[in-house]
Design a protein around this ligand. Structure first.
Ligand code: F6R
Length: 364
């Protein structure tokens, strides 16, 4: 049941902290603060390329995985949505890592892409929530997300669970390639293990998120912005808003704004930006100043360290705990999903069963 929550989505949003903790528990030894991968039928150190695919929210989790794998394991990652990947027939060298991400393990396009990758000689590793699924049976290894059943059509907790697995896989790859030493591994693992308590603190920002929601609920169009690993967080926010509120939303990499979408901006199009402190903070801030100069109303998700600067220019600021750049996308996803939920409440839509959508897309 819904355990007293109004919707499954609300209940599942509140499960983020627990789900992140449970998922990490499977892949981390807390005593040694090291990642412990299940036995794989191939050598991670021998992997020279990664080809990654998924659909919808799972694809956005994969985009964050690409930033991590490129940055921390220095492995090239080719990524595309599964409906494209399955027909692209990309040239793949045998022995690469084929990485699939799916909550259900039944998504038709992702499954077809998996089969294509297998035929092209890739080692198949799937990040799955349903471990008795078709994709699980057809994979060389399954990395399980321990999110429990996700009932709400809009995915929430599965996303942070997928990121938790991808973060551990990144550490394992970086270690296998000699790029992440014991001290760095310990510090990355510590940052991951701190997430459940930090995620709980995000819910203390509920009133500010609700105030943001009143502005978004009145809009016809909303622009979401982010840079680096926050770009997929923006994509996830826009998708969630479209799915459950039927408000049109677009997400852009903040640096792309001046190449087109800035022409949309006026005081009727709220700009929702995810801008935690870190190396891309100043760059994103200047993109926001450009939007502000054109009358854009800025609604910003940041962390405690970034908040003072953003309060000078933004109409609403939601500041969550400051965490290391590596794990920030996991934490920043939570308030963005809560925003969509709060807007849906104001709009009175059918939150758990949005029109035209099915939980599992088993036909092409
Ligand atoms: C978004 C959503 C969908 C799914 C997509 C993939 O809220 O629920 O975009 O993420 O259909 O589904 P799985 O992960 O089951 O392959």
């Amino acid at each position: 049941g819904k355990d007293g929550y109004r919707h499954y989505m609300e209940k599942e949003l509140h499960e983020h902290p627990v789900v992140i903790g449970q998922t990490l528990q499977r892949l981390i030894d807390p005593a040694t603060r090291r990642v412990v991968m299940p036995d794989l039928p191939f050598d991670l150190a021998a992997v020279q390329r990664v080809v990654l695919t998924a659909c919808g929210s799972a694809f956005y989790a994969g985009m964050i995985g690409r930033y991590w794998i490129e940055q921390y394991a220095r492995l090239p990652v080719d990524i595309d949505v599964a409906s494209e990947m399955r027909y692209r027939n990309p040239p793949l060298t045998r022995g690469g890592l084929g990485l699939l991400i799916s909550q259900s393990g039944e998504t038709a396009d992702t499954l077809a892409a998996l089969r294509g990758m297998r035929e092209a000689g890739q080692h198949i590793v799937s990040v799955l929530n349903v471990e008795q699924s078709t994709m699980a049976r057809e994979s060389d290894a399954v990395l399980g997300t321990v999110a429990g059943p996700e009932i709400s059509v809009a995915s929430t907790k599965a996303f942070t669970a997928q990121l938790s697995v991808l973060a551990c896989l990144t550490i394992a790859l970086g270690r296998a390639r000699g790029l992440i030493g014991p001290a760095q591994e310990e510090s990355m693992v510590t940052n991951l293990l701190d997430l459940p308590s930090k995620a709980t603190e995000v819910f203390e920002r509920h009133d500010e998120i609700r105030r943001m929601a009143t502005i978004v609920a009145d809009a016809r169009d909303v622009l979401y912005l982010g840079r680096g690993a926050m770009f997929p967080v923006a994509l996830e926010g826009a998708l969630k808003l479209k799915e459950i509120t039927y408000i049109h939303a677009e997400a852009y990499a903040a640096g792309e704004m001046k190449h087109g979408p800035i022409s949309l901006i006026d005081n009727t199009v709220p700009v929702v930006a995810t801008v935690p402190s870190g190396p891309l903070f100043e760059k994103t801030l200047s993109n926001l100043q450009e939007a502000r100069a054109r009358g854009g109303r800025l609604l910003v998700f940041t962390d405690m360290a970034g908040a003072p600067r953003l309060r000078e220019i933004a109409e609403c600021v939601v500041a969550i705990p400051t965490v290391d750049e590596f794990v920030a996308p996991i934490l920043q996803t939570i308030p963005v999903q809560i925003l969509a939920y709060e807007v849906a409440l104001l709009k009175g839509t059918d939150v758990d069963q949005p029109r035209n959508l099915a939980k599992s897309v088993t036909v092409e």
